[in-house]
Design a protein around this ligand. Sequence first.
Ligand code: F6P
Length: 554
Amino acid sequence: MQPSSINNYDPTQTKSWKELDLHFNEIKNQSLIDLFKEEPNRLAHLSFDEGNFYFDFSKNHLTKKTLSLFASLANEMGLSEAKKALFQGQKINKTENRSVLHTALRNPADRPIIVEGENIMPLVSEELKKMKDFSIQLHQGEHLGYTSKKIQNIVNIGIGGSDLGPNMVCEALKPYWIKGIQTYFVSNVDASHIDPLLQKLDPATTLFIIASKTFTTQETMTNAMTARNWFIEHASEQEIKKHFAAVSTNEEKVREFGIDLQNMFKFWDWVGGRYSLWSSIGLSIVCTVGYDNFSKLLKGAQEMDDHFMQAPFEMNAPTLMAFIGVWYNNFFKTQTQAILPYDQRLAYFSKYLQQADMESNGKSTDRNGDQVKYETGQIIWGEPGTNGQHAFYQLIHQGTKMIPCDFIAAALPAHDKMNHHDKLMANFIAQTEALMKGKDAASVKSELEQQGMSPEEIKALLPFKVFDGNRPTSTLLMDKLSPENLGGLIALYEHKIFVQGFIWNVFSFDQWGVELGKQLAGNILDEIKTGDVHQSHDDSTRKMIRKYLSHQGS
Ligand code: F6P
């Protein structure tokens, strides 16, 4: 049970929320530039260094008072107790009656965490050791393929949390890849994903990691079976044990599939799918970048956990990011949050965060089982800069919607081409300035005059060239995109999601909404196979199934 000081309040009915409402009316029309003018120490109040990260929240529509009102809201709702409940393994995932302990996966081995009377840290350490040994055997050529060749290709077959996290991390840590190893990720049940990959792979040098918490997910099991069939076209079934590993909580299903239990890596029901990259779901990461780098990733995350637990709300990066997100979502009524990493290695970061955030906080039933009467989860999206600048930034700069943006970059690149990196960073810095300052009519006019335009031409063009500015951004600059910093970055957003879900009074760790689609797809698949289309469908759905069937055999 939750301690009594965790309050399942409708946040909008709290005293602090009402004060935030009044405060919102006071500052909603103040421009960012005005806020800077009014508060000489604004930057000092709203930026800080934490470990290898520098956070700048000053270009946001808020003041020190906004954050202290949010801190009161968090106190009123019992955030500190909720954090303890999370870290101590209380069953805060109530609808599934589970603890939520991804933080235990990066907890130092000598700090016990007790779940149902058992210290789970030895289990965690044992699995980490197994992953370490497996990867060493692979890299040192002790674990060889069926023709005694070294494994060179790793294929992770999984979807959702069993794909997005490891895929994002492997991409982000490209400079750390072990020489001679190439890693691929297959997720979509569309065979256009796995087919071209199998065509180019050599079965003798390929290891498949079947990553699925449940080991029942339709997409993953279909792709796993295709990989298995492809493999035994080339080798005997006995050789499967050298080329297939499983990561799952479901031993029975792994055995049924025919994977040697020696090659099975466990995790536990207290690890949520979208928070699982720290567990043995990270096996593809370990095989790709080596165990040392994986343990640095864990260490970076653990340091962020400590910061989250220890720093006061006003200096607590994930908590502040959560406050800012709620501020825009519920007071400014923004709908989306852009994640803009100025680093090509973070190309999959926003995709990863889409699941982490939207599957966690895309809820409309509160923790009391009532329908919420306020907005919850934000729509997360984004692309790396500078590519995004040439695609969707126009709307961020001059569109009708306010889109809070997180700008993320590493000061030091992993390459030596500073002529590229300086340009990347100049754009990174320039965009937040441009979004805040915009361009007023007077500057546009003088610019056009300098270009020799007539007053009539200037009058016609001027409205299009004026930028209102006043668009909010948060900036995170790290020294470099190392495994430690990446771990910290991911944990930062994990905790932000936790705090937001807590304030919105929703359960962030279940995902019942994705179940209905899975169920209906199962029914429709049966109808496709038998041709017996049920009358119970609505007209539109029934016709679509029939249309699809009419193409078969053509
Ligand atoms: O999309 C729903 C979901 O349950 C995710 O939460 C999870 O990450 C994904 O499916 C994959 O599940 P599994 O690891 O069990 O195959």
